[in-house]
Design a protein around this ligand. Structure first.
Ligand SMILES: C[S@@+](CC[C@H](N)C(=O)[O-])C[C@H]1O[C@@H](n2cnc3c(N)ncnc32)[C@H](O)[C@@H]1O
Length: 234
């Protein structure tokens, strides 16, 4: 079972995301164990403060090291855990990295706020900083949910057999092909005839061509990256 501990000053934000749909079922099936911790519980400040003014001056507040370091140490206990700090300046989250994280047993995710965390926290307890994109959010909670979701769905058994993980976008360096369902004719727009042909080989070939075309159009950078390192072949 994969255990994901999340350390945050807003634990209430997680109940909707972790308590519905596939992530809820993953916990019921004991495939993933999510635990959300209130950072303020670890603060030694009489007012449960977790932030302070930055040394050197400047705007905003910085998350103090004591609650974060104590929280990680307490939550980790004797377990070996991989500690992730959600950070706009971290390594970009990719499907490849999500796959690597999904085979770990224990992840601890730290959600930052304000200007971020005291740098010494990284040095003392953080193994990896991850960004969910080149933009800045108000806090690390939404990024932590993104990591928890995309990693948990890669744990075997979390996503049903009906949904193929292998053919999805990014898995072979390509975006996924377009999907169609009933009706075959919607407002005069018809489903591509090959999909109604019953010819599985032809469908496979069409889907591969569509994947390549869509990737070329929407994300040519993915083709550059996969050139020479075995992009999905049809
Ligand atoms: C307002 S941001 C801090 C931004 C920081 N001062 C900077 O310029 O990099 C507050 C927190 O939100 C989270 N956060 C914001 N954007 C993020 C992103 N793109 N990826 C991951 N975490 C993010 C981080 O935990 C961060 O500590």
């Amino acid at each position: 079972m994969l255990r994901i501990d999340i350390i945050t000053i807003f634990p209430g934000m997680f109940s909707a995301v972790l308590g519905e749909s596939i992530l809820k079922r993953a916990q019921e099936k004991k495939l993933v164990d999510f635990r959300v911790h209130d950072l303020r519980e670890f603060s030694k400040d009489p007012h449960r403060k977790v932030d302070d003014r930055p040394f050197g001056g400047g705007p905003g507040m910085v998350m103090t090291p004591q609650p974060l370091v104590d929280a990680v140490r307490k939550v980790r206990g004797r377990r070996k855990a991989h500690v992730i700090y959600m950070c706009p300046g971290g390594a970009p989250l990719t499907q490849k990295r999500a796959r690597e994280l999904a085979v770990k047993r224990n992840l601890i995710i730290l959600c930052g706020h304000y200007e971020g965390i005291d740098e010494r926290v990284r040095e003392m307890v953080v193994d990896e900083s991850i960004s969910i994109g080149d933009y800045v959010l108000t806090g690390g909670e939404v990024p932590a949910m993104v990591v928890a979701d995309c990693v948990a769905r890669l744990v075997p058994g979390v996503v049903g057999k009906g949904e193929s993980l292998e053919e999805e976008s990014f898995e072979g360096g390509l975006l996924e092909y377009p999907h169609y369902t009933r009706p075959a004719n919607f407002c005069g727009k018809r489903v591509p005839p090959v999909l109604l042909s019953g010819n599985h080989q032809a469908v496979k070939k069409w889907r591969m061509a569509q994947s390549v075309e869509r990737t070329q159009k929407m994300r040519p950078d993915l083709l550059d990256k996969s050139a020479g390192c075995g992009a999905r072949s049809g």
